[in-house]
Design a protein around this ligand. Structure first.
Ligand code: KIV
Length: 286
């Protein structure tokens, strides 16, 4: 199938077809995500926690992202890929943001970039990136790169004034030129209010069922990442258990000499060659 474009996403919104969005960070996963027919892939900076074992997303570098975006592109050549802008790769200035976004496209082979946050400062970054010809997705609500200011990984917009502020932020980012906005961890009423007022695709992760599309982190939804599971995740499989059991079985079978089985997992050698080989070893005193 041909890779989707922003025109397809707008058509899907107009026709009421939900947009499916899933993270991937490596070649093998990306291949499976594309095979499943996903509309969009996010190479998120959640990479830091899911794949690199950091406690937060903050240590992830632009180089990490570029390396993983390339791997995802190799696995999913026909899927629209959004790459996350890493912490401090866009916060400093519009110029820095354009340069970093350019690298994500030019070296990471992404179709679009995503950055976190609202306010005048992020609206300005989005405007600058958009004006440089790059598709940019906003990300509001819970924004893990500002978890210090947000007091941890907490749902946002849970009182009326905070909810109004998030709806205003969405409008501001749309006006600045975001081609789409991801809304994370807000009450359904807030997700709906943003979606009802938007002229661009609104995607949600923990933002309720009314957004134009849904995102999940692949390792959460297949039960691979077991450090914690956010409330908004539905677990479609328990891959962690399947893999751990396979590892345990392998461990046991090697210990018990049940693997490998000669003749089944081994390379053959003609009997006369084996005899000659053993003879040679003996003659050469090896
Ligand atoms: O990095 C990521 O995967 C994200 C999601 C948590 C929304 O930005």
């Amino acid at each position: 199938m041909a890779k989707k474009t922003i025109h397809d996403f707008h058509k899907m919104v107009a026709e009421g077809e939900k947009i499916t969005y899933l993270t991937a960070y490596d070649y093998l996963t990306a291949k499976m995500v594309e095979k499943a027919g996903m509309d969009m892939i996010l190479v998120g900076d959640s990479l830091g926690m899911v794949e690199l074992g950091y406690e937060t997303t903050l240590p992830v570098t632009l180089e990490d992202m570029i390396r993983h975006c390339q791997a995802v592109r190799r696995g999913a050549p026909n899927t629209f890929i959004v790459g996350d802008m890493t912490y401090m790769s866009y916060q400093v200035s519009d110029e820095q943001a354009v340069e970093s976004a350019g690298r994500m496209i030019k070296e990471g082979w992404c179709d679009a970039v995503k950055l976190e946050g609202g306010g005048e400062r992020m609206a300005s970054r989005i405007k600058a990136i958009n004006e440089s010809g790059i598709l940019v997705m906003g990300h509001i609500g819970l924004t893990p790169q500002s978890m210090g200011q947000q007091g941890g990984y907490k749902a946002q917009g849970r009182n009326s004034q905070a909810a109004v502020n998030i709806v205003k932020e969405a409008k501001r980012l749309e006006e600045a030129g975001a081609f789409s906005i991801l809304v994370e961890a807000v009450p359904s009423a807030v997700g709906k209010a943003i979606t009802d007022r938007a002229n661009i695709p609104i995607l949600g992760i923990g933002a309720g069922p009314y957004t134009h599309g849904q995102l999940l982190i692949f390792a959460d939804m297949i039960g691979l990442f077991d450090n914690f599971t956010p409330k908004f995740v539905r677990q479609y499989a328990n891959v962690n258990e399947i893999i751990t059991n396979a590892f345990k079985q392998y461990y046991q079978e090697v210990k018990e000499n049940k693997f490998p089985i000669d003749g089944e997992h081994t390379y053959k050698m003609k009997e006369e060659e084996v005899n000659e080989f053993l003879d040679l070893l003996e003659k050469q005193g090896i």
